[in-house]
Design a protein around this ligand. Structure first.
Ligand SMILES: [Zn+2]
Ligand SMILES: [Zn+2]
Ligand SMILES: [Zn+2]
Length: 164
């Protein structure tokens, strides 16, 4: 896909690593590139792509790199379920949230309704200063839904359909 407006300059990952106080290494650079290309990728997928580019990259190296990049705030780790591997995305600090399909496990970005953190406050948090709210919207994605139904497993009645 060609971006005619050229709005987004090529990110300078070397500089991002240095600014975050991390040494610039090939596995770190390549991991940032891969995470940027495939949003919400899992560690084994990132490792396979890193091997294609760099040759021998152990799973242990990939875990170490993902951990360091997450700690440095360059990437964001997303745990969608205890049964599934963590997913990673470039940390854009935009407070966006995620739609997670409970059937196929797909993850989609969705903008925050309020646009600033925290967009949700607990009813009573006492003296606790709430800074962020991580929101996961769970449901069923379009691909996993039978055609023309708006929800699963409850299918709208005829009357409800006609009101639309
Ligand atoms: Zn799905
Ligand atoms: Zn995301
Ligand atoms: Zn929000």
């Amino acid at each position: 896909m060609v971006d005619l407006l050229q709005t987004a300059p090529e990110p300078d990952y070397r500089r991002q690593l240095r600014d975050a106080g991390l040494r610039v290494t090939a596995p770190r650079l390549v991991t940032l590139e891969i995470v940027a290309e495939r949003q919400h990728a899992e560690a084994d997928e990132i490792n396979a792509a890193a091997r294609e580019r760099l040759g021998d990259v152990s799973m242990q190296t990939t875990y170490g790199v993902l951990h360091a990049l997450t700690e440095a705030g360059l990437i964001r780790r997303l745990d969608t379920s205890s049964r599934e591997a963590a997913r990673y995305e470039i940390h854009r600090h935009d407070n966006h949230h995620h739609l997670v399909c409970r059937i196929c496990g797909s993850v989609e970005d969705v903008p925050c309704t309020r646009g600033e953190a925290p967009c949700l406050e607990p009813f009573d948090s006492g003296d606790f200063l709430v800074e962020t709210a991580d929101v996961l919207f769970r449901g069923v994605c379009a691909a996993c839904r039978p055609p023309q139904s708006t929800s699963v497993p409850v299918v709208p009645s005829k009357e409800e359909e006609e009101e639309r």
